[in-house]
Design a protein around this ligand. Structure first.
Ligand SMILES: [Zn+2]
Length: 276
C-alpha cells in the first residue's frame, strides 16, 4: 500500500497558504483522501528530514487531562521532571505513552509556496476546510509500527531502517518472557534491550573515562555499532569493524572493572542477537 504523494504535496501547499500551523497525519490523510494515516505519517516524517525538508516533526506531550501541551524536537530526550500544562496548570512528567506526533511548516517552505502562489495566482483557493485534530498519532503506535525508534532516550525517524529480528526462541535477556508475544513486540523488546545495554555502557564511559577525545571516539563507535545491529539488514563486516574499533581502545586504556564488564555484555549482546 502506498500513498499519492503528489496529492499530499498539494494538500500541504494549500495548508501552508491558508496559514495552518500545526497538523497531523490524520488531518492530511482526510484532506488528501488517503485511507492509511500511518502511511501518510511516514511520508510526512520523510518530508521532515534533512536540510531540504519542508516540515518539522515535533513530539507533543499530553497532560493528565489529555491537553496537547509541550513540544519537543525528534531526537531530544523528554524531561524526567514535572512540567506544568499550559492549559489546565496540572503538573505531569512527560511520558512517551502520552505523546503524539505533529508537524509544522518550515519557514523557508512557506516562503517558497507563497512566492509560487503569487506568481501563478491560481484559484485553488487559499481557504481549506481543515478537519479538527480529533485523533492523535501516538508515539506508542509509531514505535510499534517502527516508523520511530528510541536511540539514547531520544525519538528518531527510522526511515525504512526496520529491525529484521523477527523470531526469538532463545532470548539473551531471560528476564523478558517471549512466550506468545507477537513478532513486533519481540522486535521492540530487542530494540529496547540493545538500547538499554548500550545506554548502560555509554553512562559508564561518561563517568569512568576522563579523556574527552577517547570518550567521543568510543561513543561514536558504540552508537554506530548499535545502529548497525538494529538496521534492516545488519552488515556483519561493518558491525565487526565497529566493535573491533572499540576493542582496541577498551583493552589498552580502560581499567575500570565495571566498565569492562558492561562492555563485555554489550559486545556479546550485539554479536549474538536473539534470533532463531
Ligand atoms: Zn492540561
Amino acid at each position: 500500500m502506498s500513498v499519492n504523494t503528489v496529492e499530499i504535496d498539494k494538500v500541504l501547499e494549500r495548508l501552508a497558504l491558508s496559514n495552518e500551523k500545526r497538523f497531523n497525519a490524520f488531518q492530511v490523510a482526510s484532506l488528501a483522501n488517503e485511507s492509511d494515516p500511518l502511511e501518510v505519517n511516514e511520508y510526512l516524517l520523510y518530508k521532515s528530514e534533512g536540510k531540504f525538508g519542508a516540515l518539522t516533526a515535533k513530539i507533543e506531550t499530553l497532560c493528565v487531562n489529555n491537553h496537547p501541551d509541550k513540544h519537543f524536537e525528534l531526537g531530544t530526550v523528554l524531561p524526567n521532571y514535572e512540567v506544568e500544562c499550559r492549559i489546565c496548570d496540572s503538573e505531569y512528567v512527560p511520558d512517551l505513552e502520552f505523546a503524539h506526533l505533529v508537524f509544522y511548516f518550515r519557514e523557508v517552505y512557506k516562503q517558497e509556496i507563497e512566492k509560487k502562489n503569487d506568481e501563478i495566482q491560481n484559484e485553488s483557493g487559499k481557504d481549506v476546510l481543515v478537519p479538527p485534530m480529533d485523533e492523535f498519532m501516538t508515539l506508542a503506535r509509531l514505535l510499534q509500527s517502527q516508523q520511530l525508534c528510541i536511540v539514547n532516550g531520544g525519538i528518531h525517524f527510522m526511515n525504512g531502517e526496520k529491525f529484521s529480528f523477527n523470531n526469538v526462541n532463545n532470548p539473551v535477556n531471560s528476564a523478558v518472557s517471549f512466550g506468545d508475544e507477537s513478532p513486533n513486540t519481540v522486535i521492540n523488546v530487542y530494540k529496547q534491550d540493545v538500547e538499554n545495554v548500550t545506554n548502560d555502557l555509554l553512562a559508564l564511559i561518561e563517568s569512568e573515562i576522563s579523556d574527552s577525545k577517547v570518550k567521543n571516539e568510543l561513543r561514536e563507535l558504540i552508537e554506530g555499532a548499535a545502529l548497525e545491529s538494529g538496521s534492516k539488514e545488519p552488515k556483519p563486516a561493518i558491525l565487526r569493524t565497529l566493535i573491533d574499533g572499540t576493542k582496541g581502545i577498551m583493552t589498552t586504556i580502560v581499567k575500570s572493572p565495571a566498565l569492562l564488564d558492561a562492555y563485555e555484555k554489550w559486545v556479546q549482546f550485539l554479536q549474538d542477537p536473539p534470533t532463531l
